[in-house]
Design a protein around this ligand. Structure first.
Ligand code: HEM
Length: 684
């Protein structure tokens, strides 16, 4: 089969195809006007020429030099989670969550305009009205649910998941990572001679099949949705609403906490945005200060080498582009087996524990790069559809100086959009301003970089300013964004969440948003794998705010441990206090969160003849699995472990033993059966 016309990065053909697809998806989804607009967050800054870069050829040349000087030090191989020089303390998954979020809200279709961007006579736009954003400005997971995203044939409340291609080997590099089921690829179309449909992922935003990490993250959202159907029941709309809320909670309470200055974030979450607040959903637009500058901070977090899974550690990001259909025909024709594959080969399923901690904080994932004015090697060698350096074959020799270098493109894109300088924005926000020697001192001590930055130290391109501020050794030290970058990113995302469907900020207040983490979402997604791949699902991690299964069971177990609380299914302050007291009494770490250690200490082995609250907990689990809607059809929650309870337990163990051969069928509820029950196995 010929190599299809998809782009490894966004060449003009790809962008046009993707843009057309997005437009048709948006129309298909009932969005009246697919394109949303770009605009300036601070239009007043446009009035004064001193607030923008000088519009002259010398600026263009100096921006090219600056971008080319932003190369990072070579990375250390990320084996076993070891932290190398230049690595941050933020697990690598957050880079790709950032990209996933970017794809949910921004897509500038003109970003393929390479010949004009590469021209030395590039001139700033006099207006942004010609730019179109092909995404809805809501954090509503339309990239997951809309357009061609199919539902599961057997259960339309669930999303369809694609099968991996089996290689039938247990030896690296062809082995399937342990504990993974067949269902571990995006759903795809079949083979086709038409490059725009050949094995294309059936998802709401085709860009999420651009590199294998973001593609597997998209898959995790599909799997988490399906687990949630099993966990909370309800129809498709109810589960989608809950997924959207969890996604927004991850953005506000986990992602922003990792990438923003804590004081700035706390202010935004407590008092709301101070500088950019949109009151009506119809007035929302995509600020270019965010899309073309501040939110591109994520480019500095990209690694070139990834500890991917047991087969490929490390592998380079270029290869991870190859194993998607949008960028590389799922790895065909690169000399690795299999040579023919209709879906993702099973040896390329990701092992998330290498990218993110477990919900209880365990594990040693590899880290993203620090946020500073350096980008990793890979981003200076962007390739086109055919594996050549972007622009290498372009008759205009300027193009190859710009197209393969992400840093150069970002700087020129900002110039083209007439972005205000970092200093102008810092002044506008009332934040300390970095300029002159202080700006130079904030940069990594690399002479070529500092020299290239000198023409811009008092009028600094906004994207570069945000990175310099983040890397400042007297400030954020590369750990997170500085105050200006944090303000821009947190305030824009706050507004977009506020005006989203199913918004957790619908009432405009942030203080009540409960924490939810990406680790928890990944664990939720993994439940489906565990349920079919022969292992018992890990203990769930629940904390204050949780209202669903297995809170009632937890409350019975707390009562069994002598903590007299009401069984109401709501993990409120009283339950949290009881958990804290229980943890103290057992010498556990006291955090009020119920994770593996606390569950293991709470459970009590029960069998026929046992009585009391722990037995009620078991019976509650069978009520949870009673799908009839009539509690009288399920086990009575009477605290007496009689023949009916034993028969229910044996039936559960029997059913589970089909998937988990080591499961004993003995009618006794010990640690393994307890874990299978409270983790929700066989509940769907
Ligand atoms: C493998 C990782 C990534 C690659 C190869 C990549 C590459 C690109 C490229 C080529 C562009 C267009 C540049 C231009 O000509 O203007 C772009 C745009 C952009 N990127 Fe990335 N990117 C990656 C990850 C990220 C991450 C992690 C973030 C943020 C956390 C991010 C945020 C953005 C934003 C906001 C835009 C502008 C989008 C638009 O409005 O169309 N990217 N990226």
């Amino acid at each position: 089969m010929r190599r299809v016309g998809h782009g490894q990065t966004r060449d003009a053909t790809t962008v046009e195809a993707v843009g057309n697809r997005l437009r048709s998806l948006a129309v298909g989804a009932g969005v009246a006007s697919a394109a949303t607009s770009f605009g300036y967050m601070f239009p007043e800054l446009q009035q004064d020429e001193a607030n923008v870069l000088k519009p002259e050829r010398a600026t263009v040349e100096a921006l090219r030099t600056l971008g080319a000087a932003m190369t990072d030090v070579p990375e250390v191989e990320p084996v076993g989670g070891a932290k190398g020089p230049g690595d941050s303390a933020t697990p690598a998954i957050y880079t790709y969550f950032g990209q996933f979020l970017d794809h949910d809200i921004t897509f500038d279709e003109t970003s393929a305009g390479m010949p004009s961007l590469a021209s030395l006579d590039l001139a700033p736009l006099s207006s942004l009205s010609g730019l179109r954003n092909s995404r809805t400005l809501r954090l509503d997971l339309d990239s997951v649910y809309e357009g061609s995203a199919p539902r599961d044939d057997a259960d339309p409340r669930k999303m369809k998941i694609g099968p991996v291609e089996r290689l039938n080997s247990s030896n690296p590099p062809l082995a399937r990572p342990p504990g993974k089921s067949d269902a571990n690829d995006l759903p795809r179309q079949g083979r086709s001679e038409d490059p725009s449909t050949d094995r294309a992922a059936l998802i709401g935003d085709p860009r999420n099949d651009e590199n294998l990490i973001v593609s597997q993250l998209h898959l995790a959202f599909l799997k988490a949705h399906n687990s949630l159907v099993d966990e909370i029941g309800g129809d498709f709309d109810a589960v989608r609403s809950e997924m959207r809320r969890r996604y927004q909670r991850i953005v506000l309470t986990d992602f922003l906490a990792k990438i923003c200055d804590p004081a700035v974030l706390s202010d935004v979450m407590t008092n709301g945005p101070r500088h950019w607040r949109i009151e009506s959903g119809s007035d929302v637009f995509m600020p270019v200060e965010f899309a073309a500058a501040a939110y591109r901070f994520g480019h500095s977090m990209i690694r070139t080498l990834y500890d991917y899974n047991l087969n490929f550690s490390p592998t380079d990001l270029g290869t991870l582009f190859t194993f998607t259909a949008l960028s590389g025909q799922l790895g065909e024709n690169i000399g690795l087996p299999p040579q023919q594959t209709d879906t993702l080969p099973e040896n390329w399923v990701i092992e998330w524990e290498r990218f993110v901690h477990a919900p209880d904080g365990g594990g040693t994932p590899q880290m993203a790069r620090e946020i500073d004015a350096r980008l990793t090697d890979f981003t200076f060698k962007l390739q086109n559809t055919f594996g050549d350096l972007e622009g290498a074959n372009d008759p205009d020799p300027n193009v190859v100086h710009v197209a393969p270098r992400l840093a150069v493109r970002n700087l020129l894109r900002g110039y083209l959009m007439r972005l205000p300088t970092g200093q102008a924005v810092a002044n506008q926000l009332g934040e300390p301003v970095l300029s002159g020697e202080a700006l130079v001192a904030a940069l990594p001590p690399v002479e070529a970089l500092r020299a290239a930055a000198r023409p811009f130290v008092d009028r600094t391109p906004l994207w570069f300013y945000v990175l310099a501020e983040a890397g400042d050794p007297n400030g954020a030290k590369g750990k997170h964004l500085g105050r200006v970058g944090s303000r821009l990113v947190a305030e824009v995302l706050w507004n977009l969440v506020r005006h989203s469907e199913d918004s957790v900020l619908a009432d405009g207040a942030s203080s009540h948003v409960e924490r939810y983490t990406l680790s928890e979402l990944i664990a939720l997604a993994a439940r489906r794998d565990n349920a079919v791949s022969g292992s018992i699902i890990p203990w769930p991690v629940i904390r204050v705010g949780h209202r669903n299964h297995p809170v009632r069971t937890l409350q019975h177990l707390l009562r069994a441990g002598g903590h007299g609380i009401t069984v109401d299914g709501v993990f409120g302050p009283a339950t949290e206090a009881a958990v804290t007291a229980f943890q103290t009494s057992k010498g556990l770490s006291v955090d009020g969160i119920v994770g593996p250690q606390t569950w293991a200490a709470l459970i009590i082995t029960v069998r026929q003849g046992s009585t009391g609250d722990a037995v009620r907990g078991v019976q509650e689990e069978f009520q949870f699995r009673n799908q009839s809607g009539d509690p009288s059809n399920g086990l009575q929650v009477d605290g007496i472990f009689g023949p009916q309870t034993e028969s229910a337990v044996r039936g559960f163990q029997q059913a589970l033993s089909l998937a988990v051969p080591s499961m004993a069928v003995d009618g006794i509820v010990g640690p393994v059966t307890w874990r299978a029950l409270v983790s929700g196995m066989l509940a769907g």
